[in-house]
Design a protein around this ligand. Structure first.
Ligand SMILES: Nc1nc2c(c(=O)[nH]1)N[C@H]1C(S)=C(S)[C@@H](COP(=O)(O)O)O[C@H]1N2
Ligand SMILES: [Mo]
Length: 441
């Protein structure tokens, strides 16, 4: 096992204490207390340590203050917000990672995500020049280049096209980028939180491209954003015609400004940066544009000093979110291990979990829906005896590709890169139930 370099950026312990949802835990414990012959949720009713001697449970609980008064009325909050008790469930950034917060990234709190959809207020943010405030009434999208009929579309025009709604993840390929040399960040939010999954609503690019009429020789598209960075990326036309969409909806409401309001490109399964936000221009051409972005940043540095210019698809990956550094274990007993798996190449076929650092594997349960290029929930039953554990998950996608270990990845790619670290994550569980990010050599 290699040394773990610990950097104290993990959320504070007391915040984690709240994250443990004490109400639910004490309910479980009470469940055990009255379990004699009662039918409870089958596996988890057996969870936890032996029940403390509970007083006989004969009458309903006493009324707390909120049961003895009127609550707030409707439209007290015309736009709803989460319960005050959930205030620790937030995006976080790593201040030392970037010089400014305008060219930076924040992380989704995966440790608290229930189900496959990332709530809009928790979706990770990646900006190259900050988050612009785009007025939808003034925003225009230009489609030009090797086309018969160039278009200049207002948001009103865009919304008149036939719509589709699709559920896909967006992952920045820098996700896990700090972990190439050694285990660094003791937090699943920071090791894996540059990802979010949402239902995107918009129009298929194929519909728009049919309308502008592609000229012979058209093979590439330059997509450009309206932010100060005018972030642009070259994308093969083939991909745009296949499954890309121009999205203005995110989980049932308008895109959030953070995600590209009023309109962004969704490039299913491909690395985050091609999903251009605040989209203002699509130029059709014959060749890719090697923009500064592409040649200087989204390249993959190989051990021999050469760099790969275009890498697009997200390779299969998975991570256990509970237990995790933010979700420590509370004593020996039965637990449900929970995590996410995803692949940019299609559906997750299966996920294995290991409790001994990858020596033995057992099949996890995939919780539906299992959608292509979307976060997929997996669970596994785990009875902990209180001894140290090295817990891992390993995803296999529908192409048969198997998520590699960090040692296997390093053999091919060295340690100089930042991008596309899809290695198996190892959590070390100590006898006191605390969980640490470690790497196995
Ligand atoms: N216009 C524009 N689009 C952009 C970016 C940007 O800075 N400007 N960042 C890109 C990067 S690097 C990523 S990973 C994704 C992140 O999407 P999100 O912020 O909605 O999570 O947006 C991409 N689209
Ligand atoms: Mo990114």
């Amino acid at each position: 096992m290699t040394d773990r370099k610990e950097i104290s950026v993990s959320p504070s312990r007391d915040a984690d204490g709240v994250a443990q949802a004490p109400g639910r835990r004490s309910l479980l414990r009470r469940g055990v207390g009255l379990a004699g012959g009662m039918v409870l949720a089958p596996a988890l009713a057996r969870a936890g340590a032996p029940a403390p001697a509970a007083p006989a449970i004969t009458s309903p609980p006493a009324d707390p203050p909120w049961s003895k008064s009127l609550g707030a009325g409707v439209v007290d909050r015309p736009y709803g917000v989460p319960s005050h008790f959930e205030k620790y469930v937030i995006r976080r950034n790593v201040p030392w990672l970037t010089a400014t917060t305008q060219s930076s990234i924040s992380f989704t709190p995966l440790q608290n995500q229930n189900g496959i959809i990332t709530p809009n207020g928790l979706f990770f943010e990646r900006y190259h020049a900050g988050r612009p405030t785009v007025d939808p009434a003034q925003h225009r999208l230009m489609i030009h280049g090797l086309v018969d009929r160039p278009l200049l579309l207002s948001m009103e025009d865009i919304r008149r096209y036939p719509t589709v709604s699709v559920i896909h993840f967006i992952e920045c390929p820098a996700n896990g980028g700090m972990e190439w040399q050694a285990a660094q960040l003791n937090s699943v939010q920071f090791t894996h939180g540059m990802i979010g999954c949402a239902e995107w609503t918009g129009v298929k690019l194929s519909v728009l491209l049919e309308q502008v009429g592609l000229k012979p020789g058209a093979r590439w598209v330059l997509a450009e954003g309206a932010d100060g960075a005018h972030m642009d990326r070259s994308i093969p036309l083939e991909k745009l015609l296949d499954d890309c969409i121009l999205a203005w909806g995110q989980n049932g409401e308008a895109l959030r400004p953070e995600q590209g309001y009023p309109v962004r490109l969704i490039v299913p399964g491909w690395q985050g940066n091609v999903n251009v936000k605040w989209l203002r221009r699509l130029q059709i051409g014959a060749e890719p544009w090697y923009t500064r972005e592409e040649t200087s940043k989204y390249t993959e540095l190989m051990p021999d000093g050469k760099a790969r210019a275009f890498t697009w698809e997200i390779y299969a990956k998975s991570v256990i979110t509970s237990p995790s550094p933010e979700n420590p274990v509370k004593g020996a007993g039965l637990y449900e291990v929970r995590g996410f798996a995803w692949s940019g190449k299609g559906r997750i076929r299966h996920v294995d979990v290991s409790f001994d650092g990858g020596v033995n594997w057992t099949k996890a349960h995939l919780q539906g829906p299992v959608l292509p290029k979307a976060l997929t929930r997996f669970t596994a039953e785990w009875r902990w005896d209180g001894k140290p554990v090295l817990m891992q998950s390993r995803a296999v996608d529908e192409t048969g590709y198997v998520q590699p270990t960090i040692a296997e990845l390093r053999k091919i790619r060295g340690v100089n890169g930042v991008y596309n670290n899809n290695a198996i994550q190892t959590w070390q569980i100590k006898p006191d139930g605390s969980v640490f990010n470690v790497q196995l050599s």
